[in-house]
Design a protein around this ligand. Structure first.
Ligand code: DX5
Ligand code: ZN
Length: 225
């Protein structure tokens, strides 16, 4: 499924939307993926929708789901999200002892596996895992809530991962999540990211579809600069 995605992906995060179904429809045809955050009140203090709601939402839109599991024991849940039709299922490095095994299970269930690295986690220990996953999500905030300020220092992890990707694992997607907006997306592009989650910047805008178009245009400009 990753292969069918465009080179640069903008993924609006439904966390920032008041109502998920109308929000999903508002960006249908414009968003490449929809970023769906799942929080369990344990890995992070907040709680969000879960598997049942994701199943219902899956039926309401054709946009691929980029599912970001901020949960403990992702082994108990990740495959179920894949089976529910989520194209991309990303779990946190901090939440599992066997990321390669979990990635394999997600792939066997028909989804693309992703690994997320939270703010306080270095990327280096996970570089050897890159061949097992399709997507590396670098948090550019502390995972757990939308609307936080972008942390530019996190882009060093993107640069490190990008060098490894360019050295061999060319199909790996590099996703940034947190504080991505019109004034921060260019730095993320220049650091080497190709997949951009944006919550507040899209669903806090008067016209979410236009906000996605503007972010995409800024990605294009940064690539050409
Ligand atoms: C927070 C989530 C993000 C969140 C980003 O932990 O992973 O996806 O929705 O929101 P913004 O774009 O508002 O920072
Ligand atoms: Zn997220």
């Amino acid at each position: 499924m990753t292969a069918a995605s465009p080179e640069f992906v903008v993924a609006p995060s439904l966390l920032a939307a008041e109502f998920a179904v109308p929000a999903a429809r508002a960006v249908n045809g414009v968003a490449d993926w929809l970023h769906v955050d799942i929080m369990d009140g344990r890995f992070v203090p907040n709680r969000t929708i879960g598997l049942d709601e994701v199943r219902a939402l899956r039926a309401a839109t054709t946009v691929p789901f980029d599912t970001h599991l901020m949960i403990v024991d992702p082994e108990d849940w990740a495959v179920r999200y894949a089976e529910a039709g989520c194209a991309h299922v990303t779990f946190h490095a901090e939440a599992t002892d066997d990321p390669a095994g979990l990635a394999k299970d997600i792939r066997a269930a028909g989804a693309s596996p992703g690994l997320a690295i939270d703010r306080d986690t270095p990327v280096e220990p996970y570089l050897e895992l890159l061949p097992h996953i399709d997507l590396l999500l670098i948090m550019t905030i502390k995972a757990g809530a939308g609307g936080q300020e972008f942390l530019p220092a996190m882009l060093e992890k993107v640069r490190v991962a990008r060098r490894h990707r360019d050295a061999g694992h060319l199909s790996l997607r590099l996703e940034v999540d947190g504080g991505i907006a019109e004034d921060t997306i260019e730095q993320a592009v220049l650091a080497g990211a190709d997949t951009f989650v944006a919550g507040t910047a899209v669903f806090g805008a008067v016209d979410p579809a236009e906000a996605v178009r503007r972010l995409r245009a800024l990605v294009g400009q940064a690539v050409r600069s």
